[in-house]
Design a protein around this ligand. Structure first.
Ligand code: SAM
Length: 226
């Protein structure tokens, strides 16, 4: 059995009782960064052995891991924060397990885009999750595609590129399109601000932007019939 175990995105209290039990019970925890996850396990006095599983080795180790799982080793996959597979390594291993008949169970738990989307106050009945935009090649094409979506879309962005990103979004979506910047969710300096794109740009240009960020943008408004 492979368990996918979401871990807190800031506040250490945001881990479920089941996640803690599974992390204790499995034979091995696969971690994006063994030092980061080592601190989390130590905090909860969990002594399960850790092994590295990250973007640089996932292609190379997937087959071996599937063989170990088939041989009966129970494993939990964690990333540095949030849900593995969501803008984090995990997909390749899950796909290989599904294809080769290894049972996968993903525990419900923390992820950054859900609290950002819900707290934004923008429509969340239907939405598109984009994750990180490409930095260079294909960025404009992707932005233009997103701008025309009829429903809310969600991006992950670094604090260093936030101002540039808000400017680009204002260009393709229009200055008055409503959006939200959700920063440092579940942490001491959490900030969730919903406003038209140019207002957000002005607000965040006035200070140094720090921390982790989710950008939520309203869908393209329906054109009025007349
Ligand atoms: N697997 C994670 C998840 O389930 O959300 C995402 C990992 S991705 C490598 C990291 C990005 O998630 C950050 O750059 C930021 O965009 C977003 N993020 C993670 N923690 C956050 C937080 N506490 N507040 C706002 N955004 C956060």
């Amino acid at each position: 059995m492979l368990y996918i175990v979401p871990t807190p995105i800031g506040n250490l209290e945001d881990i479920t009782l089941r996640a803690l039990r599974i992390l204790k019970e499995v034979s091995l925890v696969l971690a994006e960064d063994t030092r980061t996850s080592g601190k989390l396990l130590k905090h909860y006095e969990i002594r399960t052995p850790l092994r590295a599983f990250h973007a640089h080795n996932e292609h190379a180790v997937v087959e071996k891991l599937v063989a170990e799982l088939q041989a009966g080793t129970s494993m939990a996959l964690v990333s540095d924060a949030g849900t593995p597979g969501i803008s984090d390594p995990g997909f390749l291993l899950v796909r290989a397990c599904v294809q080769q008949g290894v049972r996968v169970e993903c525990l419900p738990g923390p992820t950054a885009f859900v609290p950002a989307l819900v707290a934004s106050g923008l429509p969340c009945d239907t939405f598109h999750f984009e994750g990180f935009l490409p930095h260079k090649k294909g960025r404009q094409t992707r932005l233009k595609y997103l701008a025309e979506l009829p429903h809310t879309f969600v991006l992950y962005e670094s604090p260093y590129r936030l101002i540039k990103c808000l400017g680009e979004l204002a260009e393709v979506c229009g200055a008055t399109r409503m959006a939200c910047v959700a920063r440092e969710l579940s942490k001491l300096h959490e900030e969730v601000k919903t406003a038209p794109l140019t207002e957000l740009q002005a607000h965040f240009s006035a200070k140094e932007v720090k921390g982790e960020i989710v950008v939520v943008v309203a869908g393209m408004p329906k054109r009025s019939v007349d």
